[in-house]
Design a protein around this ligand. Structure first.
Ligand SMILES: Cc1cc2nc3c(=O)[nH]c(=O)nc-3n(C[C@H](O)[C@H](O)[C@H](O)COP(=O)(O)OP(=O)(O)OC[C@H]3O[C@@H](n4cnc5c(N)ncnc54)[C@H](O)[C@@H]3O)c2cc1C
Length: 382
């Protein structure tokens, strides 16, 4: 069997694998190190809409932003509340544009190879990783991995919920959407199991992505999603429409302690490294930040540190417990959060960029009793 050596191997060419490759090849210290990306599952073929908030600073993916909104809307019973989110903006990238952008980078860089060979096993000796694929053996001193096992994670924690969503990109016969604002959470839809809300990304007055989302440990059926989605579109916009695309997904919401290193000793990236914020499902920006950090470590010959337990993990756990054991209270807290705290402060808190003082001000506006009860009731359950 032939053996090939690469300076860097990345397992998984998804959101995290591609972003990491991009940070390596655009790093000031990059000198043409060879990089292999291995991805047998071709998940990139599944269309996704990635959204995130960011400040006005230059963003690495600005050139492929599809739409950017300055305002966000939250839907409360009897009121849709729209607000400017300055200094943030909310942007949307189509996964097709994201992958075209990265495959173009690969095409123009002869040191980067993308392969659909399947990984069979991974060994390690004193100097390198030995990766057995269906086509041969690959060796590397630097291995990054976005592979993870959802079944194993869900077995090892008692707090495993899913953010499930189902939506349609639609084109309406007449202009009906307010294209100046994306609706982050519209809680006016029927609440069944878990916490449910609608999410609306209006690309223009006649074109939008509308999704129904549920935070829950049980699975929702497609029939449930379709019926709520149809009702939501009919009751809000009363017009006929054409479905262009369907989007459906399942994002883990868990307090599982993802580790910086995999069992084989590779550096975990993306979902496998816990980059999905457990209580929101957002990961894109966290992956960007982590990729920048990991590329810096590599070129400075530093070993990344193991993750530490932060106060944000504690807050996430409290909200996950509420979502799992008392969804009605979790819904109440989420609504109070957006009603009483300005959206920019909520976004900063969700980005884990707030100070302890700012968090104290934010918590002071929430129903404390529900949170405190959670601490005492399930405090030792994680
Ligand atoms: C539909 C959807 C919409 C989302 N929207 C947002 C959003 O708007 N904003 C946001 O911040 N986050 C969002 N997320 C969450 C998060 O950004 C994504 O899940 C992101 O893709 C995670 O990156 P990743 O690289 O860890 O996983 P992926 O992008 O899924 O990439 C993993 C790659 O590894 C490959 N792979 C995995 N296991 C194996 C294996 N055993 N063998 C071979 N290949 C393998 C897969 O083929 C895949 O290409 C969304 C997630 C989904 C599913």
């Amino acid at each position: 069997m032939n053996t090939t050596n690469y300076d860097i191997v990345i397992l998984g060419g998804g959101c995290a694998g591609m972003q990491l490759m991009y940070q390596f090849i655009h790093h000031a210290q990059y000198k043409g190190e060879s990089i292999l990306i291995l991805d047998a599952d071709k998940t990139y073929l599944q269309s996704k809409s990635w959204c995130f908030w960011h400040t006005n600073d230059v963003h690495p993916y600005q050139s492929i932003f599809n739409t950017t909104w300055n305002n966000l809307t939250i839907g409360f019973p009897n009121e849709m509340h729209e607000s400017v989110i300055h200094p943030y903006r909310y942007s949307f990238i189509k996964s097709e544009a994201f992958f075209d952008f990265h495959f173009d980078e690969i095409k123009h860089n002869p040191s980067v190879v993308y392969s659909n060979d399947a990984v069979l096993s991974i060994d390690k000796d004193a100097n390198q990783f030995i990766i057995h694929t269906n086509k041969g053996i690959v060796t590397t001193p630097a291995l990054y991995s976005s592979f993870w096992n959802q079944q194993q994670v869900s077995k090892e924690t008692n707090l495993f919920l899913k953010q499930q969503f189902y939506g349609w990109e639609i084109h309406t016969e007449k202009p009906v959407f307010n294209a100046s604002s994306a609706t982050l959470m519209d809680f006016t839809i029927e609440q069944t199991q878990g916490v449910n809300f609608a999410y609306v990304l209006p690309y223009s007055a006649q074109h939008a992505l509308i999704e129904i989302t549920g935070f829950c440990s049980k699975d929702y059926s497609i029939e449930f999603f379709e019926s709520v989605l149809k009702k939501y579109i009919e009751s809000n916009w009363h017009c006929s429409y054409r479905i262009i695309k369907t989007e459906q997904a399942n994002i883990p919401m868990t307090n599982f302690a993802f580790k910086r290193f995999t069992n084989e000793g590779a550096i975990a990236i993306g979902t496998a490294a816990g980059m999905v914020k457990p209580t929101t499902g957002y990961a894109f920006n966290r992956i960007t930040r982590d990729s920048i950090l990991l590329a810096n470590h590599f070129f400075n010959k530093e070993i990344p540190a193991e993750f530490t337990h932060t106060r944000f993990k504690f807050y996430d756990r409290l909200l996950l417990q509420l979502l799992k054991f008392s969804p009605a209270k979790a819904l109440h807290i989420l609504m109070q959060l957006f009603r009483r705290v300005s959206y920019k402060h909520v976004l900063r808190f969700l980005d884990e960029d707030s100070s302890l003082f700012q968090e104290a001000l934010l918590f002071a506006k929430l129903p404390k009793k529900d949170f405190l009860k959670q601490v005492f009731k399930h405090g030792n359950n994680s």
